[in-house]
Design a protein around this ligand. Structure first.
Ligand SMILES: [Zn+2]
Length: 91
């Protein structure tokens, strides 16, 4: 999967939050981490709504003081079946 099954709001602002996007797997709603997406404060609710409307679970990640350094609407989609523990090796 290289594209998201929903449309994110986008604008030119720096993102304020990062959302982890999970699909159901192994009987759990957050079974598979499929993507991370970024949104500014204004578009955060809209982004969560889009994710949940697609049947996915959004988990808001934030850490005060950490610079997210992405633009609103940026998304990184993980390849299906890629173990996250080994994902850092081949970038
Ligand atoms: Zn925005």
């Amino acid at each position: 999967m290289s594209t998201l099954p929903f449309t994110l709001p986008t604008c030119d602002r720096p993102a304020a939050i990062r959302l982890e996007v999970y699909s159901p797997a192994n009987g759990r709603l957050h079974g598979s981490l499929d993507a991370v997406v970024y949104a500014c404060a204004e578009h955060a609710v809209e982004a969560v709504s889009a994710i949940e409307a697609a049947g996915l679970t959004a988990y808001r990640w934030s850490a005060p003081g950490v610079d997210i350094n992405r633009g609103c609407g940026y998304a990184h989609v993980f390849a299906p079946g890629t173990p996250l523990s080994t994902a850092g090796g081949a970038r």
